[in-house]
Design a protein around this ligand. Structure first.
Ligand code: MG
Length: 408
């Protein structure tokens, strides 16, 4: 099927694709490590595959040399992979993502870098015909590492590259399923007291109208979202329409990943904007969903889409269709959260993102927590060189469970 005519790449896409291109300082790729670290969850995380106490996190560490005016300078570029312990939400888990990096993606980058011209820009990792569709999460990690190396070499921040002027972006909080409405209202009250201006509730069959209503009665003006993680069937469509009375900012992923038709039917019948998350694994998925009227809002998880280039493509298409965006979370470390926060500052990201400090979910982090500011709370954007604040080397080494080193 031919794709409809699409708007030209935006200024931010052009800036991104120029990173590391002609005019950039040449970088030599000396070695690449693919590491798996383990970060402890603060509370056990339950998925369909079991209960998890640790968040295995795959990292890419690129060692590069830049030719500075005062001689060679050694730099490190960091990439973080969002793949989780299991495949409840994605087709890649941490293990398969690490294998893809070690077996395919990093060797291809080493080969390309060694063939002359040095380390290519991040667009070379995700260009059409690349393997991003096969391993979007692993590809996004490598793209981030390459971009980080180039930004550090040129002393630029990701926010500066994209022309983002904002100093901070609003932050939303997420509350998991609670068995008891009073407990749930208490947890939301604590977040509102702390200054969060947007709260997302996880819902599921039997735990929807009651809990959402209880929170809405206590907080009539709060920006409230609900996320069902695909827990409903088409038979429950009428029931979900009954959530309209609570004035939700959106209802996220009520039906299964592949069920665009029922999402479109709900979008027609409900006044609550339908938001897609698990369904959208690529920019093409987003275009298909928008074309079918299956969503009025999109949750952007850059890693799941295949990285920053893919997220910027979605940003362009959504703007053309008048579809608002917001940034979701995948239990990232503070490093990748900081990358996501910059994207959340682009126009069109009109709902606060899941950008709370990593310490909300994780007992240890690779970077210091940002200090939130204002009411409603906002997170400051990283303005130093690189995609985000560099992960702390000794902390990475201490939490590391495996390292594979690849060199030319
Ligand atoms: Mg979600």
């Amino acid at each position: 099927m031919d794709e409809p005519l699409r708007p030209a790449p935006t200024d931010v896409e052009v800036a991104w694709s120029d990173l590391g291109g002609s005019g950039s300082p040449g970088l030599r790729l000396d070695a690449a490590d693919v590491l798996t670290v383990e970060l402890p969850f603060r509370r056990p995380v339950r998925t369909a595959a079991g209960t998890h106490m640790q968040r295995p996190l795959v990292l890419v560490r690129l060692e590069v040399t830049a030719d500075g005016s005062e001689g060679p300078v050694e730099l490190v570029g960091w990439g973080e992979c969002a793949a989780l312990t299991d495949t409840t939400y994605d087709s890649e888990d941490a293990g398969t993502a690490a294998q893809a990096l070690v077996g395919s993606l990093v060797p291809a980058l080493l080969e390309r870098s060694g063939a002359g011209g040095g380390l290519p820009g991040p667009s070379a990792v995700t260009e059409p015909g690349s393997t991003r569709s096969e391993w979007p999460l692993a590809t996004a990690a490598l793209e981030m590492a390459v971009a980080d190396a180039h930004l550090r070499a040129s002393g630029r921040s990701f926010a500066g590259l994209l022309g983002v002027d904002a100093g901070s972006v609003p932050v939303g909080a997420v509350v998991g399923l609670e068995e008891d409405d009073d407990d749930l209202v208490g947890r939301v009250a604590a977040l509102v007291d702390a200054g969060y201006g947007r709260v997302k509730l996880k819902i599921g069959p039997g735990r929807d109208v009651g809990p959402v209503g209880a929170v809405r009665r206590r907080f009539p003006g709060l920006v409230l979202m609900a996320d069902a993680n695909g827990a409903y069937t088409p038979a429950e469509l009428d029931h979900l329409v009954s959530l309209d009375r609570f004035g939700l900012a959106c209802l996220e992923q009520p039906f299964g990943r592949t069920d665009l038709a029922t999402h479109a039917e709900l979008a027609r019948r409900s006044s609550t904007p339908v938001c897609l998350d698990e369904t959208v694994g690529s920019p093409a998925d987003v275009r298909r969903a928008i074309g079918l009227g299956a969503c009025g809002v999109v949750c952007v998880k850059p890693s799941r889409l295949g990285g920053v280039a893919a997220a910027l493509e979605v940003h362009r298409d959504a703007a053309a269709a008048g579809i608002p965006l917001w940034i979701g979370g995948m239990y990232e470390s503070g490093y990748a959260r900081s990358v996501n926060a910059v994207l959340a500052a682009l126009p069109g990201f009109s709902l606060p993102g899941d950008l709370a400090p990593a310490s909300v979910a994780l007992g240890e982090d690779l970077v210091p927590d940002p200090v939130l500011e204002g009411r409603p709370l906002r997170v400051p954007l990283h303005r130093g060189p690189g995609m985000g604040p560099a992960p702390d080397g000794p902390t990475v080494d201490r939490l590391s469970r495996s390292v594979t080193r690849l060199a030319p």
